[in-house]
Design a binder for this molecule. Structure first.
Ligand code: NI
Ligand code: MN
Length: 223
């Protein structure tokens, strides 16, 4: 059964069948301090954009492990310039990997690299569809992402830099995932939020289950 481990902020480790994917590998300087950059051994590194709290230790991990970075072309080039393996894609593009597929979807946010665009990912991981939204505001086309049939949606609720809880509620209504996992909150006081209040709001509107993960928590992926 696939396992999702939360490493704090927007960093998650998804694993099954000897394949490990790390999302937005911000470990050094991450106040959650669950794992160190030299302790993770992913096969793939998915990077939504090049801000420090998302690109994080990605290049160092790729250099040490030989993992393949997957991102938009401009962010993938940051890895290639450092001699790392990277697979550049772009908005709307989907590609098959040995675990399933990755589709790059838009995120409305800075990319952190000239000419680039922030992104989210829809990952088909051994048959389970996971939407990792990255850093983004609410946008109406999340409805179209929802039409892909999302089982798990990982969405930011921290506000200030991304959508806050109110817009995240609207996002859930557009995406209709089976499970929503809030992220990108409580890392610093600036993005402090109450995930329980978010859960109660969701519960009063729809059947989507809220899984509040504390840094270090593991979740069985059951769909
Ligand atoms: Ni950002
Ligand atoms: Mn961020």
């Amino acid at each position: 059964m696939p396992n999702l481990k939360y490493l704090g902020h927007s960093c998650f480790l998804l694993s099954a069948n000897n394949i490990k994917i790390i999302f937005d590998p911000f470990l050094t300087g991450n106040p959650a301090n669950i794992m160190q950059a030299n302790e993770v051994n992913p096969n793939y590194i998915l990077v939504s954009h090049a801000h420090g709290d998302h690109l994080g230790d990605g290049i160092e991990i790729a250099k040490r492990t030989g993992a393949t970075a997957i991102s938009t072309f401009e962010v993938a080039n940051l890895f290639i310039e450092e001699g790392c393996n990277a697979h550049g894609m772009h908005l709307g593009g989907k590609y098959n990997f040995d675990f399933g597929s990755v589709k790059i979807v838009p995120a409305f946010h800075g990319s952190g690299v000239a000419g680039g665009h922030a992104c989210g990912f829809v990952v088909d991981f051994f048959g389970t569809k996971i939407y990792f939204a990255g850093d983004t505001c609410l946008f109406g086309d999340m409805m179209l992402i929802g039409k892909l049939g999302i089982e798990y949606a990982l969405i930011p609720i921290g506000d200030n830099f991304t959508m806050g809880p109110e817009d995240a509620l609207s996002a859930v209504k557009l995406i209709h995932p089976k499970v929503v996992i809030p992220m990108h909150y409580n890392t610093w006081p600036l993005i402090a939020q109450d995930p329980k209040a978010f859960e109660e709001k969701i519960n009063s509107f729809c059947t989507t289950k809220v899984e509040i993960m504390n840094p270090g928590d593991n979740l069985d992926i059951i769909f």
